[in-house]
Design a protein around this ligand. Structure first.
Ligand SMILES: [Zn+2]
Length: 426
């Protein structure tokens, strides 16, 4: 049936009457339903893609368009793109970014880049923290609540994000927050003997077990990052800002004190790291200095922070338990009173949902990865995955002739100031 289906062209045409280029293999131009005067513009950079603000011609809504370039350069890059695409299509949670659509790739022979459409989020937590705009205690609480709410959902789906940092927490003008960038995400490893890569998490937010050479780790690495971000929200300064992974570990020990041998064992610290830490001489904990982060560092705030910044990952608080900490009660109330999509206001008053922090209904399934053995096979499989999504909808396509598309196309990948530094070889 779907042979002659029309396609809608992405917002790149700057005038509504502009005809699509024949390069898009389309027979129809779906007119925009609303006037849209805002120009298309770049809004930021993801881990390996450029993000633009554009208009969805099917409904006139402003959305974000992310280009994933050089997807098929290597087996690793194609697998990574496929995983991010699968995850973004799987998520259904208000505090986790999801794909609203994926632009039709045209003919398979010209399939080189992937364009993902997602909700438009004007800012991110990094931009907000370094901006001069005030951050009240209410802001901190509602942001932290949403980070943990999104992360609880991801963890319940069996997913470790592995790059939680302020720049990967998108925020819109209503303070709604969404966790994004799943380029480093993976499924939890159930086998404790399995070797996992240590080249994850931007150094400032990297958990001590990773810095100490643990080759097997879990959800607690994300919670550590949230703890660092919580402190950064309070003080507007990076909590542990070191030049190298070893110095990073030293800064952590300066605050938490020297971990015990048991803590180091449970963290999975390597022999070299354990020797280094124990030979350094005993450091007493200096957690009381957390009260100096800001005048918003109340007893409740510091109590929760100290439960996140725990050296031993097995003793570190989980997202679920952190969400039941009294510090987050006000954030929860604010979120569900005026920001969420799960509760509703009726003439009788606000009707609250029964489960404020829902789990994912199923685990993310990565079994498709076992059959991805070559770039060409991934390309074929990805093409099918994207075009199958368009079976029952008007597929989006890009007008390659539009000047703003040309400018978008030529914008390369941004330099990464916060690349994951290589782990210390202990
Ligand atoms: Zn709600």
């Amino acid at each position: 049936m779907a042979v002659c289906k029309s396609r809608a062209f992405m917002a790149f045409p700057s005038t509504r009457s502009q005809q699509p280029s024949t390069g898009c293999h389309s027979s129809h131009y779906a007119p925009q339903t609303q006037q849209e005067t805002q120009p298309d513009r770049p809004i930021g950079y993801g881990a390996f893609g450029v993000v633009w603000s554009v208009t969805d011609p099917r409904n006139g809504k402003r959305v974000a368009l992310k280009k994933m370039p050089n997807v098929f350069q290597s087996l690793t890059s194609s697998k990574r793109a496929y995983r991010e695409l699968k995850m973004l299509s799987f998520f259904k949670h208000n505090n986790v970014l999801s794909a609203l659509d994926i632009v039709h790739p045209g003919h398979v022979d010209f399939f080189q880049e992937i364009y993902i459409v997602s909700e438009l989020m004007q800012s991110d937590l990094h931009k907000i923290i370094v901006s001069p705009q005030p951050l009240s205690s209410d802001h901190v609480k509602v942001f932290l609540y949403q980070i943990l709410r999104g992360l609880k959902y991801l963890h319940s789906a069996g997913i470790l994000h592995r790059d939680i940092k302020p720049g990967n927490l998108l925020v819109n003008s209503n303070c709604l927050l969404k966790v994004c960038d799943f380029g480093l995400a993976r499924l939890e490893e159930p086998r404790e003997s399995a070797i996992m890569t240590q080249e994850v998490v931007t150094q400032y937010y990297r958990a001590p077990e990773l810095l100490a050479g643990a080759t097997n780790y879990g959800q607690a690495v994300d919670v550590w990052s949230v703890g660092c971000i919580f402190a950064e929200l309070l003080s507007r300064k990076i909590l542990f800002q070191a030049q190298s992974p070893v110095q990073q570990l030293n800064l952590i020990i300066n605050l938490l004190g020297t971990p015990s041998l048991d803590d180091l064992c449970r963290a999975g610290a390597s022999e070299g790291a354990t020797k280094y830490i124990l030979q350094k001489g005993h450091k007493a904990p200096a957690l009381a200095t957390l009260y100096n982060l800001s005048n918003q560092a109340t007893h409740e705030a510091v109590h929760l922070l100290c439960r996140m910044l725990v050296f031993d990952p097995k003793k570190r608080i989980t997202c679920t338990d952190a969400l039941s900490h009294p510090y987050l009660d006000e954030g929860r109330l604010r979120f569900h009173t005026c920001m969420c999509k799960c509760c509703h206001t009726t003439p009788a008053g606000r009707q609250y949902v029964s489960d404020f922090e829902p789990l994912c209904t199923s685990k993310f399934d990565d079994s498709y990865e076992t059959s991805l053995f070559s770039v060409s096979h991934i390309k074929e499989s990805l093409y099918k995955f994207i075009t199958d999504r368009h079976q029952n909808s008007v597929p989006l396509c890009i007008n390659v002739a539009s000047p703003s598309f040309k400018s978008f196309q030529s914008s390369g990948v941004a330099p990464q100031p916060e690349q994951q530094s290589s782990p210390q070889l202990w």
